[in-house]
Design a protein around this ligand. Structure first.
Ligand SMILES: Cc1cc2nc3c(=O)[nH]c(=O)nc-3n(C[C@H](O)[C@H](O)[C@H](O)COP(=O)(O)O)c2cc1C
Length: 385
């Protein structure tokens, strides 16, 4: 059912429009925006074949901040594109570093598939400081053919993995075998993996924290504006950018074309737009049968990358079991307004900061399938000679 909400109009005032959930929706994607999900086919260049899988990794706000230098034969040098950061909601770039971890994990799985050992050196010129990401490389990867390298069954799910933001089936629990597969997939980098069980006394409190953190994100102008900046509305914008959060709702597209949806101003906290987003998210959280989390000791840059690698594996393991997943990073974010939910979720998961960091918290369940999110394509990531 299509619901109506008010969005702020250019020049003031507001009008009723259908505003689908801001976290992205992906019907009717322009084919060129999702072409990368066909995979590399018979791509003859080994590094390009491997990287064509890596660019399908999950990335916060789908920013795809991966800059790849292939100028030295046999090597892949990965840097972060600092034009693609989220300073308001991810002020220290923790999620960006996790999103480089997801990339490296898919790269590693693809290399194994081709009988290659990917020797990955993180931060070869030194680790970034805790406050900011700089121009030094995130990773240097050396590929070596190695007949002893084992293929990983998770590779088979790379092209099928998608973040699912739909309502989940509240009555369908996660089978034990799936939890075991996810826990096994998470076992790297010293992370503690945990999850709720059916009827868990913690479930209502987890739902409460997730909903409150979402509400805060919706009423914090800088956070909303950051999302608005990466909104791609309609097929033309989606095809042009092939990144960010896609909106294809025909009414919003029409209003945007007419210049009537103003993305330069955050909606008022008591506006229909905000209330609808809160309401919509509340339904999703209420439908969620389970949550998972990954906690690290400390919060070094290498730890963040490792956490991203583990998350990619966990989501692939879930995909193998037909299970949907959506990260819930709002309460884990380090901006001032989220201090309450940040403290609450860290306390609930027995991860007292600063010794511990909840790197990932996600809703998990069974849901209607979703389609792929846009990708810019490998060539857009390559440093030119
Ligand atoms: C570190 C990290 C944080 C993320 N946080 C959220 C989040 O809070 N909410 C959400 O809906 N998706 C979140 N995502 C998922 C991304 O938005 C998603 O990966 C991206 O839009 C691309 O879509 P795909 O995963 O379907 O390929 C996160 C992903 C990563 C790697």
């Amino acid at each position: 059912m299509q619901r109506r909400a008010f969005v702020r109009l250019v020049g003031g005032g507001s009008i009723a429009v259908a505003l689908p959930p801001l976290a992205g929706c992906s019907q009717a994607m322009p084919p060129e925006a999702v072409a990368a999900w066909q995979g590399p086919g018979a791509e003859p260049d080994l590094r390009r074949w491997i990287l064509a899988h890596a660019i399908l990794a999950p990335h916060s706000h789908n920013l795809q901040s991966w800059l790849v230098d292939l100028r030295t034969p046999g090597q892949i040098l990965l840097r972060c594109d600092r034009e693609r950061l989220l300073p308001a909601t991810d002020p220290f770039g923790r999620q960006i570093m996790m999103s480089h971890g997801t990339f490296l994990e898919l790269l590693d799985l693809a290399a194994r598939e081709r009988g290659q050992r990917a020797g990955i050196t993180l931060f070869p010129d030194g680790e970034f400081d805790p406050q900011r990401i700089d121009d030094r490389p995130v990773a240097l990867v050396r590929l070596q053919p190695d007949p002893t390298v084992a293929r990983d069954p998770l590779f088979a799910h790379i092209l099928r993995r998608h973040t699912n933001r739909k309502v989940y089936d509240p009555a369908r629990p996660i089978p034990d075998a799936a939890w075991q597969a996810m826990a096994a997939a998470a076992a790297r980098g010293g992370l503690r993996f945990g999850h709720t069980a059916a009827g868990d006394a913690q479930l209502p409190r987890q739902r409460e924290i997730a909903a409150e953190a979402w509400r805060i994100e919706m009423v914090t102008p800088a956070a909303m504006l950051e999302s608005f900046q990466v909104l791609r509305i309609g097929t033309a914008e989606i095809a042009r950018h092939r990144d960010g959060l896609s909106l294809t709702d025909p009414f919003v597209v029409a209003m945007t074309r007419l210049g009537l949806f103003d993305r330069t101003k955050a909606p008022a906290p008591d506006s229909m737009t905000v209330r609808q987003q809160i309401d919509d998210f509340g339904k999703k959280i209420a439908s969620t049968p389970a949550f998972l989390w990954m906690v690290s000791e400390g919060n070094r840059r290498t730890t963040q990358v490792e956490a991203g690698r583990a998350y990619a594996r966990v989501q692939l393991a879930a995909t193998a079991h037909g299970i949907a997943m959506q990260p819930l990073q709002q309460s884990l974010q380090e901006y001032r307004e989220q201090a309450g939910p940040y403290a609450a979720i860290h306390a609930l998961l027995q991860a007292p900061p600063p010794a511990h960091t909840v790197q990932m918290w996600a809703r998990v369940g069974f849901a209607e399938a979703v389609g792929p999110a846009p990708r810019r394509g490998l060539d857009a990531h390559l440093v030119k000679a």
